[in-house]
Design a protein around this ligand. Sequence first.
Ligand code: FES
Length: 132
Amino acid sequence: MTTLDTQLCTLNDVPDGGSNGFVLDTDDGRCGLMVIRRGNGIVCYTNSCPHIGTPLDIQPGKFLDRARAHILCTTHGALFNIDDGLCIAGPCVDDHLTPIATEVRDGAVFVDKQTLPTIWPPLAPVPTVEDL
Ligand code: FES
């Protein structure tokens, strides 16, 4: 029985040949995820650069370089292979992005929410008038 039972997005949420970013709540925070799509195939990694742990996308959801050949960390310019997440250029060469197992079913992308790492703290509550 599959444990990949949490819908992350639909295929249509990710442009073919492009990327998008998503956030899921975890037990003690949040997990940012990047999804890169090629046709019906997708790869997914946490949105955390192995260099210093920052999100890779300055423009939300834009994870690829201009040629759409590699994943680009916009903080210091590291380049990663799309297929295996290996850093091939930049300050963290030979490190890897953290892969996330996915399954595509009926046009939607599923993950196992129980195994997602927490990479960001929970969102702070929005203040209300009573808090002021
Ligand atoms: S934080 Fe990604 S290359 Fe430095």
